[in-house]
Design a protein. Structure first.
Length: 221
């Protein structure tokens, strides 16, 4: 019986493989955008909502990065910002920019933690390995409240003062749009809508978010 000759990769085959690999690694050029408008039933724009898109196609494997800083400062006896979006696994710094001490904590299942009293110009870093909502408070100042939304998608943005959120370079095809706001009167504070992202151009979406009053006097929403 003759031995089976070893498989040889001839130059044309090698070229084809190289091209196929290159093609497989190419970022899809067909991409659309989502232009979402969010308002209350009374027509008031809703700022500080987190808008997330989960594409139902292939998920990006690269680690998620956002262009803003992963910082939750304490300034003028408030957290700043009121809502911060970070990717899963992010390290968030909590600088104290006040001349008084704060004691930051969260009881949220996504990340319970406590930063014992610390002073001006000191900072602490906390990592957030799980997606979800992290509600923040300060043991000393009851009026201090803020939220970190840890997301597992690169397609996430906050609505602006006009209640608008634009997410660009979305993969075309079926996707789910999720909108979350800490004071939205629905289970979990979020609602979702299935959409089809166009291969080019914008998908305009208008959603209504009924908000309850903030639990304590708090600006920024
Ligand atoms: Cu405080």
């Amino acid at each position: 019986m003759r031995p089976i000759p070893p498989l040889r990769v001839t130059p044309p085959v090698a070229l084809c493989v190289a091209l196929c690999v290159a093609a497989g690694l190419t970022v899809p050029t067909r991409a659309g955008e989502l232009a979402l408008t969010l308002e209350t039933p009374a027509g008031k724009p809703v700022a500080n909502a987190v808008v997330m898109v989960h594409s139902q196609g292939a998920q990006p494997r690269a680690s998620i990065r956002f262009p803003w800083a992963y910082v939750m400062a304490q300034k003028d006896t408030q957290f700043d910002p009121f809502v911060l979006i970070v990717p899963v696994g992010a390290d968030v710094s909590f600088p104290n920019r006040d001349p008084i001490r704060h004691h930051v904590f969260s009881f949220s299942p996504a990340k319970p933690f406590e930063l014992k009293l610390y002073s001006r110009d000191e900072t602490r870093v906390v990592s957030f390995p799980k997606a979800g909502v992290v509600s923040l408070g300060c043991n000393i100042h009851d009026n201090m409240t803020a939220f970190i939304r840890v997301v597992d998608t690169p397609y996430a943005v906050k609505s602006n003062a006009a209640g608008q959120a634009v997410i660009r370079d979305l993969p075309a095809g079926a996707a789910t749009v999720t909108v979350w706001h800490p004071f939205m009167k629905v289970r979990g504070g979020e609602q979702s809508r299935d959409v089809v992202v166009p291969a080019s151009g914008a998908l305009a979406l208008a959603m209504v978010a009924d908000l309850r009053p903030p639990p304590l006097r708090r600006g920024g929403y």
